[in-house]
Design a protein around this ligand. Structure first.
Ligand SMILES: NC(=O)c1ccc[n+]([C@@H]2O[C@H](COP(=O)([O-])OP(=O)(O)OC[C@H]3O[C@@H](n4cnc5c(N)ncnc54)[C@H](OP(=O)(O)O)[C@@H]3O)[C@@H](O)[C@H]2O)c1
Length: 297
């Protein structure tokens, strides 16, 4: 049994989105093993509860809490944030891990394209709704899981949601570039608050990624290459490092891979694009709660 009073993350509370499987679950297990209280999210109630019990068992730390919520719905993200705020008087780390790939264009309950909504707008909204609690818990960290695929991404402001033309690969790399632009803009806005924002590429990892709606090419190649991919534990290493290591205390606005800072694409440093995306995102999640959350301007 982990001693939650002496581990390196003792006394800290962490929320990991998408903690029922893949990289998120390994991240949750790693941080729980270090003594943190860890909340995990997932879409299905039974699956999220089972994963929380299994992570508690595997880590030897009983303080693992399930927060079921379908983050493709903004109402669900708002409910999730309210439940987290009610359950956790402090929040030291938010790991924005949820993300996926969909080969065909799908629509969320809010009428938005799924990749853009789940991979970018959901962490944008959740971060905003939890920000006051993170600021009150400073020093605090916001860690967002992007991908090396961001480097091939382009923010298509004329057709952000693939209404005219949809490609799963473009939507995915655009959303992962949005993760990096969001993190850099967030870091600029949070400067001096004691809350840091970092972003990472986890490596190519053997998970359930893209399994829901793969392209025919992915479907053919995945079983062949699976054995050569990183294990989820290895894929979680950079998320765990950024969430917990004293080495990166105070480090903000930085992209990491393999636990080291790495140059992100030139497009990710376009501050005008970051500001424009921020404003569009704000409009797409507009609501009174948001305005009251004190999200920094
Ligand atoms: N795997 C890779 O090689 C790789 C490479 C680069 C970047 N990444 C990034 O790593 C992150 C994690 O990916 P993964 O490979 O671990 O994927 P995964 O195995 O498919 O896990 C995704 C997690 O997100 C949850 N989830 C999915 N849709 C959700 C929704 N609408 N609401 C709430 N939870 C939802 C899933 O839970 P339920 O199914 O239980 O709802 C699951 O816990 C993603 O951001 C991905 O873009 C992965």
């Amino acid at each position: 049994m982990v001693n939650t009073t002496v581990g390196p993350m003792a006394g800290q509370t962490v929320l990991v989105t998408g903690g029922t499987g893949g990289i998120g679950r390994a991240t949750a297990a790693g941080l729980a093993a270090m003594g943190a209280r860890v909340g995990i999210t997932g879409r299905d109630i039974a699956r999220t509860r089972a994963a929380a019990s299994e992570v508690a068992m595997a880590s030897g730390n009983p303080a693992v809490d399930p927060f079921p919520a379908d983050m493709s719905s903004q109402a669900e993200v708002r409910r999730l944030a309210a439940e987290v705020l009610a359950a956790y008087p402090r929040l030291d780390v938010l790991v924005n891990n949820v993300g996926g790939f969909w080969a065909t264009r799908q629509i969320t309950p809010d009428g938005l394209e799924r990749t853009f909504a789940v991979n970018h707008l959901a962490p944008f909204l959740l971060t905003g709704l939890l920000l006051d609690r993170l600021r009150a818990s400073a020093p605090a960290r916001i860690v967002t899981v992007s991908s090396g695929a961001h480097a091939t991404g382009k923010i298509n402001f004329g057709d952000l949601q693939g209404e005219h033309r949809y490609s799963g690969q473009h939507a995915y790399s655009q959303s992962k570039l949005a993760n990096v632009l969001f993190t850099y803009e967030l870091a600029r806005r949070l400067d001096g608050t004691g809350v840091t924002a970092t972003v990472l590429h986890p490596g190519v990892v053997r998970t359930g990624f893209a399994a829901e709606d793969p392209t025919p090419a992915l479907k053919a190649v995945l079983p062949l290459i699976r054995l050569f991919l990183k294990t989820p534990d290895k894929g979680a290493a950079t998320s765990i490092y950024l969430a917990s290591s004293p080495d990166v205390k105070g480090v903000t606005g930085t992209y990491f891979a393999a636990r080291k800072p790495k140059a992100s694409s030139p497009a990710s440093h376009d501050t005008a694009a970051a500001a424009r995306l921020w404003q569009i995102s704000l409009n797409l999640v507009a609501g009174t709660e948001w305005l009251q959350s004190g999200y920094p301007e």
